[in-house]
Design a protein around this ligand. Structure first.
Ligand code: NAD
Length: 477
């Protein structure tokens, strides 16, 4: 069965005006499994017009009603999760259980945003004189242009769509061309929950053309992007030129500090599950394992055992625990990083190459003896590579953890409260998870520092990016 994904503009599913469309492939088989409409400037202008009209209506819709709509959409997603998950697995490759978890996680995110929608408080500031009222109010910034990637087609999109809806904004989302039917299923749930036309619009096409047109357009007041740091830099420059506020969720290169007093079984099990989830195509994936000398070999043998227990295969097969990389381009990028590391003296402990003859399957891979001159230690691998380096002490681990300009996620394993306090203070990351994997929950801020981004897409901070702060002062005398 092939999926046709049209554009969603002004409350209607429509073909691109030019009739152009792009093929969608299953990365497990290489087969074309559907088509996605490819918008041109005329389509974008219609989406802008719809978003302007949608905003006029939605900004004056009460917070209670916005919250109710989000909760209805969350329920619809839960009801439809079993039907949506295989669509995502075929487009993106992740195992069915992960796809199902992603759809249910998106429903949780919508519930959280529904709650926060009703807590978007203003303030009354005490005045200097009698008869003066000073109000600080927060209201919707305006139509949003958002750009989301293919690695979590629904969860990356829901953070932006849900926050825009919660605050009273309208939004044009450029979804991922690689995984269009998944994100369309999310938009359909929002629309079926009763969203007025124009509040959410979904387009696909040539990314650079769409971002250039939307960000520059006067209707758009805010930009939100999730993807690579180089593209984020380009879009930030464009937003700067047009004075548009921007939120950026960019790449990471997460360090994992394993101290000599860590629970090694737990560290290896928790980090392997996190490393190889979604075949490592996660911005918060643990990547640089910095292991204290005394426990290096014991930790590596545990990590290798975990990696070798993974069942690589088509995500639709129930036994599969890791699917393919999202496309052949990613496969080649990961293969190049492994070859470079080996040429520079790394040791391959397991994995390192292709699985099977069809599809973009890469083995769960553990490399040791990693050094800072290796490309993989500097570029985001975005694949199933665990890169292990020996460190003499925690100071050395912190120095290596902070060496890169990335600052998204970091992990640490230690039994010492003193080391935990030290790491909390010194590791430069927007999110630090100690002795477990506890990141990316709706109620916690999600975002990076340094070159990993700006702003947060979770927690009670999530709505700030979509709100103006305005001062009203009035006298009744
Ligand atoms: P890419 O940089 O070509 O694209 C990443 C995403 O940005 C895609 O969704 C793409 O459609 C979009 N994009 C690219 N150019 C754009 C533009 N000018 N305007 C608007 N959107 C644009 O990389 P890729 O090969 O698809 O993915 C690989 C890299 O992307 C990874 O190495 C990783 O760093 C990054 N990435 C990060 C995340 C994340 O969650 N932060 C998600 C996916 C990809």
């Amino acid at each position: 069965m092939q999926h046709e994904t049209p554009l969603f503009i002004g409350g209607e599913w429509v073909e691109a005006s030019s009739g152009a469309r792009l093929a969608v492939e299953n990365p497990a088989t290489g087969e074309t499994i559907g088509w996605v409409a490819c918008a041109d400037v005329a389509d974008l202008d219609r989406a802008l017009d719809a978003a302007a009209r949608g905003f006029a209506e939605w900004r004056i819709t009460g917070a209670f009603d916005r919250a109710a709509l989000l909760r209805r959409a969350a329920d619809l997603l839960r009801d439809r999760a079993e039907a949506i998950a295989p669509v995502m697995t075929r487009e993106q490759g992740k195992p069915l259980a992960e796809a199902l978890g992603e759809v249910r996680g998106a429903a949780d995110m919508l519930d959280w945003l529904a709650e926060e929608a009703r807590r978007s408080y203003g303030r009354i500031v005490p005045a200097r004189s009698a008869g003066i009222d000073q109000h600080v109010i927060r209201d919707a910034i305006g139509p949003v242009a958002a750009f989301t990637p293919w690695n979590f087609p629904i969860n990356q999109a829901v953070r932006k769509l849900g926050a825009a809806i919660a605050t009273g904004c309208s939004i044009i989302l450029k979804g991922p061309e690689e995984t269009p039917a998944s994100v369309a299923a999310l938009v359909r749930a929002l629309s079926d929950a009763g969203l007025p036309p124009g509040v959410v619009n979904l387009v696909f096409g040539r990314p650079a053309e769409i971002s250039a047109h939307l960000i520059a357009h006067p209707v758009i007041r805010k930009v939100s992007f999730t993807g690579s740091t180089p593209v984020g830099r380009q879009l930030a420059a464009l937003a700067g030129r047009h004075l548009k506020r921007i939120t950026l969720e960019l790449g990471g290169h997460a360090p994992v500090i394993v101290a000599a007093d860590a629970d090694l079984d737990r560290a290896a099990a928790v980090m392997a599950a996190s490393k190889f989830r979604n075949a490592g195509q996660i911005c918060i994936a643990p990547t640089r394992f910095l292991v204290e000398d005394d426990v290096h070999d014991a930790f590596v043998s545990r990590l290798v055992a975990q990696a070798e227990a993974i069942r690589v295969g088509d995500g639709l097969e129930p036994a599969t625990t890791m699917g393919p990389l999202a496309n052949e381009r990613r496969f080649q990028a990961v293969e190049r990083l492994v070859a470079d590391a080996l040429a520079r003296g790394a040791e391959l402990r397991t994995g390192g190459g292709r699985v099977g003859n069809t599809g973009s399957f890469f083995q769960p891979t553990v490399l040791t003896g990693m050094t800072p001159d290796m490309a993989a230690m500097n570029e985001e691998p975005f694949g199933p590579l665990a890169l292990v380096s020996r460190v003499a002490c925690l100071d050395d681990a912190v120095a290596e953890a902070n060496r890169l300009d990335y600052g998204l996620a970091a992990y640490a394993f230690t039994g010492s409260a003193r080391s935990m306090a030290e790491l909390r203070n010194r590791v430069e990351a927007g999110m630090l998870s100690i002795n477990h994997q506890g990141l990316a929950l709706p109620e916690l801020p999600f975002g990076g520092i340094k070159d990993s981004g700006q702003g947060s897409e979770g927690g009670s901070e999530v709505l700030e990016a979509y709100l103006n702060i305005r001062t009203i002062t009035q006298t009744t005398l």
